[in-house]
Design a protein around this ligand. Structure first.
Ligand SMILES: [Zn+2]
Length: 383
């Protein structure tokens, strides 16, 4: 089966100095209009207890320089603000926050009949024209929108959202259970363990070192009563930290993309625990390992890729005792019998020896398959 999906392509941009100025203006204007509209909404509500329906156009007479940037960028701010409000009211998300300069500098524009397009070496954007770019792969399909961003280390990217077609991947008649772990990144029900990549831990050591130096330089500037923005040594180091951080983020994303794609490609049903990541990160000891290993990103990738490629992802209830159940005979250990430090155990009932994580992933697969079977009769979690 072939289906239409929205795929994001991230492309590195190399803007000229003038183009950089245009981008800086656009980031500034979208941030300004977000903060201004949000502030006016809050004040209006305080005074009248009703919602203010403001638009960017209303502000263009008072703040004429808003006319210099792409009006679609401003329109997208209005839309994002609206959806942030509705998330707050309907889904219980946090109240929309004010934006700060230098943090997630970006703006989004739309393609209107070719106003956004890609050549072999450039990306064309509304109001500014062609920007030099590094195009790695061809982009097939209709470009819907473009988000231009500047990273803390000063790199520019555009993320293009493209309407494109994907085909189902061939069925393999193989199913797999995944146990998300701390020792290994994942353990599979076929016995394979995938470690956290080594280069990541190397980069993390480098990161810790450069952050230490940064902290020292901050202290030096403070004792010399200099502003951080004027301390050249501090700024140089800040850039270094930002660069290492971006390297880590990119390498990790790349690792997760490849891993999730291979699992989807090689198996028809993929069973995984539905972890409450937020709840687990509260536990301090586990926090670093969990956020580092990016389980939520990985699970999200599995979810959309299984949909794209015609495979099935089953999330099983996180209360299912996947570690404590013997995959050989379904005997369940008492909680005290299996502390986290125990990596393998022998079942007191059937005497099977169980590797903690492989045993868990086999249980996750079996439970996932049971859930799938019960889906038709409306069961969701436990079988
Ligand atoms: Zn057993």
């Amino acid at each position: 089966m072939s289906k239409q999906i929205l795929k994001a392509y991230k492309i590195r941009l190399y803007p000229t100095e003038d183009q950089q100025i245009f981008f800086a203006k656009s980031f500034g204007c979208t941030r300004f209009i977000w903060n201004k509209m949000l502030n006016d909404k809050i004040e209006h509500y305080r005074e009248t207890k009703t919602e203010l329906k403001n638009t960017p156009a209303q502000y263009k007479t008072e703040f004429e320089w808003l006319k210099e940037v792409d009006s679609l960028a401003l329109a997208n701010v209005q839309q994002n603000l609206r959806s942030a409000y509705s998330k707050f009211f309907k889904q219980g998300s946090g109240f929309p926050k004010f934006k700060k300069k230098g943090i997630k500098d970006s703006y989004t524009t739309n393609n209107q009949k070719g106003t956004v397009s890609v050549t072999q070496s450039s990306v064309k954007l509304p109001k500014i024209g062609h920007i030099k770019a590094k195009i790695h792969r061809s982009i097939n399909g209709l470009i819907k929108s473009a988000t231009i961003s500047k990273s803390p280390s000063g790199k520019y990217h555009v993320s293009l959202l493209v309407e494109t077609m994907v085909d189902d991947l061939p069925k393999t008649h193989s199913n797999i259970g995944i146990d998300l772990g701390l020792t290994d990144f994942i353990t599979l029900s076929d016995g394979l363990k995938v470690a956290n990549p080594k280069f990541l831990s190397k980069l993390e050591i480098k990161m810790a070192k450069s952050q230490k130096i940064l902290a020292k330089r901050r202290l030096v500037a403070k004792t010399q009563q200099r502003k951080l923005s004027e301390s050249r040594n501090y700024q140089k180091q800040r850039l270094k930290v930002a660069k290492v951080y971006e390297k880590i983020t990119n390498a990790r994303k790349d690792f997760l993309h490849k891993l999730s794609f291979n699992l989807i490609k090689n198996h028809d049903v993929i069973a995984i625990e539905d972890l409450n990541i937020k709840g687990m990160v509260k536990n301090r000891k586990l926090a670093k390992a969990i956020s580092d290993s990016s389980w939520s990103t990985f699970t999200a990738m599995l979810a959309y890729k299984s949909e794209w490629y015609g495979k099935e992802l089953v999330k099983i209830d996180r209360w299912y005792p996947s570690s404590k159940t013997c995959s050989g005979c379904d005997h369940v250990l008492a909680k005290a019998e299996l502390p986290l430090s125990v990596r393998s155990w022998q079942c007191p009932n059937c005497l099977q020896s169980n590797d903690r994580d492989i045993n868990a992933s086999i249980n996750i697969l079996n439970q996932g398959l049971r859930c799938l079977k019960n889906k038709t009769v409306g069961a969701t979690g436990l079988a």
